[in-house]
Write a protein that binds this ligand. Sequence first.
Ligand code: PLP
Length: 495
Amino acid sequence: MLYKSTRSQAAATHSAAQIIKQGLAEDGGLFVPQEIPALTMAEIEALCQESYPVRAAKILAKFLSDYTYEELLADCEAAYNESSFVGGAAPLVNLCDNKEILELWHGPTAAFKDMALQIMPRLLSRALTKTGEKRTALILVATSGDTGKAALEGYKDIDRIKIMVFYPVDGVSRVQKLQMATQTGSNVNVCAIDGNFDDAQTGVKVIFGDEKMAQKLNENGYFFSSANSINWGRLAPQIVYYVSAYCDLLSADKCRAGDPFNVCVPTGNFGNIFAAYIAKLMGLPINKLICASNANNILTDFLRTGTYDRNRDFYLTMSPSMDILISSNLERLLYFTAGSEKTADYMKQLNTTGAYSVDAEVFAKITENFVGYFADEKTTADTIHACFEKHGYLCDTHTAVAISAAEQYIKETGDTIPMVIDSTASPYKFANNVYRAVTAQEPESDLAALDALSKATETEIPYPLAGLAQRKVRFEKVVSKENMAAAVLEYLNIE
Ligand SMILES: *Cc1c(COP(=O)(O)O)cnc(C)c1O
């Protein structure tokens, strides 16, 4: 299987190992496989008998043909084992009627980024060997909280890779700060910067583009790499849990082999829902893909009008991982529905004017598969409250947006086939807002909200967030934004 850029009309030339190491295509496009491998119903039925790591290895083998099945299985078993994913990697839990919640947050940071970030570093480590790379990769991350922690947990103690995370000293919550400052692992470093998230992000970009830094690193056996969410190595593992969910529906007799189901995904960068679309193209009988947005409903508008327009207000919401105006992975959907020439043109328009409109033919193809709904802040809070009251199910803010979207879709269409709703974070990850929504009371602090939520709902704090205040703080350094490069060199012991 070879890969090409979404913006190029040339034939595919890159191996999976190459694109996982490289991340972004030379022309600024995203890498896509040259063709979509088929998944037959017989294969799906056979997967019903298998564990999650085996399901994952078998699906990944179809895309990463330059990795052996044994390599993939070893990596999947290491990534999705019972001690890091307590209660299973992607369990399906009935909410009510035909609504099933696909819980993607049982991993080491209690959020769905773990599904990709627990496996992708292992794939990258092997890619270095496969491509003849002799140097050690240094992953640099600027984070506003959650991604940095998920990356640290993913890359920790992985061979041939080091990771350094920068976060704004006053721009993350106390819980997020503690999670990063107490990070374990021999190849990790965390540094706060005296500035905001933009300063951290700009600082990392400047370091990435600094030739002298690159040369210094090279002389010392290192090179820069990024943990970017548009890397195919982060996307491919997300295809797996849609297949796995269908296996679980079959095993529980919720449908028969070949029967269709719907999926509803709380969407930000469009990676998760795009993985579901790939699963559908492979042959998984997904009927509709319901794209759920918060008050930043640029995707809802796009799916209703065919116009993507980022010239609009930006809101900070209680579902911050979906606060986004550029959904990068949408480019991959455009490629599969409009082809590379139109995609390159749309992306050019987006860069110059901040907007583009797809033509009628492309719009028809997209809306055949996708529908969009959104939930504002009040609807999100009301949904958390109602889910707990009516069904005894405690959900986080992102999941609540998806549950609301699924309910709106069902009400509007009367479509009652099984509905798989992605749950992308533990309610404890956003304990503050969840506690407020459930109890209508104000928590004392975000750290206190963990215990308060546990008491109020008689549910357990998941292991990644339990006992945070008692853990040993390893990283306390704060540097000015001008000194980020120096901090990198100091970490690597380079003069
Ligand atoms: C990243 C994230 C999302 C959005 O996923 P995309 O793949 O970017 O669409 C939703 N919920 C949570 C909790 C996330 O961390």
